[in-house]
Ligand binder design. Sequence first.
Ligand SMILES: Cc1cc2nc3c(=O)[nH]c(=O)nc-3n(C[C@H](O)[C@H](O)[C@H](O)COP(=O)(O)OP(=O)(O)OC[C@H]3O[C@@H](n4cnc5c(N)ncnc54)[C@H](O)[C@@H]3O)c2cc1C
Length: 373
Amino acid sequence: MDQDDEELVLDMVREFAQSDVAPEDMSIDKNRKIPDELFNKMVELDLLAMNAPEEWGGVDLSLSTVSRALEIVARANASVAVMLQGQFKTILQLRRFGNQQLWDEYKDRVHDTIFAFPMTEASGGSNPDFIQSTARKVEGGYVLNGSKVMITNGGFAQVYIPMVKNEEGAFDFFVVDSDMEGFSFTGQENFIGLTGTPIGGISLKDVFVADYHRMDPSLYKDLSIADSAHGDARVLMGAVLAGIQQHALDEVLKFTQQRKAGEQYLWQLQSIQRKIADISIGYQNTRLLYQDAAAKRDAGDSSYFLTATMAKAYGSRQAVSGGDDAMQAIGALGYSADFPIAHLIRDARAMEFAEGSVEKMRTEITKWEVKNG
Ligand SMILES: Cc1cc2nc3c(=O)[nH]c(=O)nc-3n(C[C@H](O)[C@H](O)[C@H](O)COP(=O)(O)OP(=O)(O)OC[C@H]3O[C@@H](n4cnc5c(N)ncnc54)[C@H](O)[C@@H]3O)c2cc1C
């Protein structure tokens, strides 16, 4: 797809975000659900398959463009954008590590079915060594057992690629359908932010999957498929965090240009200007980081992982503090649950855990600096 065509797709996403998503922003947060009509509209516009290859009927958007699309959606509502983030990251791993038989089976479903990538277990997400889910080889396939928690799209997705340990103790990944015998949902998380994104747990009890449902082990060594998923997800999360900051800017600019303090509008007060400028700087820097990471990833430059990690580590803190600045600039109305700022802060805060906690990411960045700095 050439650049002009990619821009046309982004125009369509912009129109969708403004006309269909933005009006539902507050109700999605309150009702803890993306309305069915909105989801159906995404299917109708083929948004779920934006980064699927053309052989699957997708438009094969680069990571750079698909992340720009996510920023646009997140500016209208982060819950919708994070659901799409879970979809796009899982499709990328299926493309990268799947096989022809798997692609033939799932290529039509990426257009109307939600996908998810479960790694975290109740024992903790930061240390994969604690993972207890298993794969046992049997004739013609594998039997999977275990349970996963806090999975983006968990409970709503119909296709999952869980990380399990095989009999050699190495990590393995299999494509699992929610209608397979032994598969069940274990419930939604009661998270305080991203309340519209389905996030929940799954259980696998003697689930049989055919041999070809195993992601191609010759294409990855041990954890690298998890790293691949984390890397893509961090770029996409960076884009979501840029969108959240832009949403905060939209609200603060609108409000401070119509509310007066004495003779002056709020935006004309120096203390308010400092807050607006800080939100703007945070937004621009997050955007630069995630776009740089995406461009590197598209060019096959492995240093993208570090930049993507920075985009999420920096962007998540900045989106929380930018939301706080926006709340203060707006005044007590900004503190109301009937105003979007509170949910922007709650939504952004989730990204300090998802796809690797900020503590773990800072360790990764420091180790890189010690080695290469
Ligand atoms: C919105 C959202 C979406 C998510 N989506 C998914 C998903 O799609 N798939 C999935 O598999 N998981 C998902 N998760 C789970 C996420 O990956 C985990 O929350 C994350 O890996 C951290 O694990 P934990 O929350 O269990 O914390 P723990 O690992 O138990 O850690 C607890 C605390 O200790 C700190 N800590 C732990 N180990 C270290 C260390 N070595 N060095 C320094 N500090 C450390 C952590 O930073 C954290 O502050 C999601 C989480 C959220 C909030």
